[in-house]
Design a protein around this ligand. Structure first.
Ligand SMILES: Nc1ncnc2c1ncn2[C@@H]1O[C@H](COP(=O)(O)OP(=O)(O)OP(=O)(O)O)[C@@H](O)[C@H]1O
Ligand SMILES: Cc1ncsc1CCO
Ligand SMILES: [Mg+2]
Length: 266
């Protein structure tokens, strides 16, 4: 089967099954990531209370953990939810937002990885490097280096934790420690909208919920992010309209658009 057909099959599975994606995410992106998940055809729920996360994981098809606005109580909820997800064998996707910006973020990210054993870790280059080299500094939540600079760190992180690592940027890299895929779709306006990376992580949750091949789900999720980003940028005059068009393009993304975007890759 052609790669584009497999991607379309994975996207159709999301739209048909509407998997429940449980997000423990940050205050900045709760609304936009819920809208992105709805637009792609998944069913989002945001829930972080310690008293309910186990029960929510119990009915979910994937768990997305994002530490963008972390606090000690939230980290406890993330760990309890992650452990329950492992027990149920549903995919866990982790976004180490701002790892490397403060020691608390870096140590919390490492603790979450250790206990929740995520299937996919998605971050920008600085965040991924900070998880491997603790002297690396991240400028808040933004990367200060290009994605390819973090590739060796991503491989080490993936091999050491038996997971798939995604580095996002102008070019995205996906690795399981041995294989490496790159995704070149996307537009620079994406980096001017807050939470595009968090949206990518949530979208990966929807792909992983409906595709047992985690590596493939990660590649497809990033391809859809990039193709949608290009579609949205072509209709936008700046970050505000970009944010709106991104949701609309995700909703209407068609087989023809996917075929057209990927035909050069066959
Ligand atoms: N210059 C660029 N050209 C093309 N695509 C880009 C560019 N910068 C980012 N992207 C895309 O935007 C999305 C978000 O990636 P980015 O690396 O900016 O995440 P992030 O830094 O974690 O963002 P945030 O913390 O705001 O959520 C990815 O899908 C990525 O491919
Ligand atoms: C800006 C910002 N600060 C904490 S989380 C977040 C959303 C993008 O990562
Ligand atoms: Mg981020």
């Amino acid at each position: 089967m052609k790669m584009s057909n497999k991607l379309i099959e994975n996207l159709s599975a999301i739209r048909e099954q509407a998997p429940l994606v449980h997000n423990i995410t940050n205050f900045v992106v709760m609304n936009t990531t819920a809208n992105a998940l709805l637009a792609i055809g998944a069913s989002p729920v945001m829930a972080h209370a310690l008293h309910e996360v186990k029960d929510m994981v119990n009915i979910a098809s994937a768990l997305v953990i994002n530490m963008g606005t972390l606090s000690e109580e939230w980290v406890e909820s993330m760990i309890v939810a992650g452990e329950k997800a492992r027990e149920r064998k549903i995919p866990v996707v982790f976004d180490p937002v701002g790892a490397g910006a403060t020691p608390y973020r870096t140590s919390s990210a490492l603790r979450i990885i250790e206990t929740c054993k995520p299937n996919i870790i998605r971050g920008n280059a600085s965040e991924i490097m900070a998880l491997v080299d603790q002297t690396m500094l991240t400028k808040g939540v933004d990367s200060s280096v290009a994605a390819d600079v973090a590739l060796e760190s991503a491989k080490i992180l993936a091999s050491g934790n038996n997971c798939v690592v995604v580095i996002s940027g102008e070019i995205d890299f996906i690795t399981d420690g041995i294989k490496v895929e790159s995704v070149g779709f996307g537009d620079q306006l994406m980096a001017r909208v807050t939470g595009m990376g968090c949206t990518a992580t949530a979208v990966l949750g929807a792909f992983a919920a409906t595709n047992p091949n985690t590596f493939q789900a990660a590649v497809f999720g990033m391809m859809v992010m990039g193709i949608t980003g290009e579609c949205a940028a072509s209709k936008s005059i700046g970050p505000g309209s970009m944010q709106m068009h991104f949701i609309d393009c995700l909703y209407s993304l068609s087989e023809i658009e996917i075929e057209k975007a990927t035909c050069i890759l066959q």
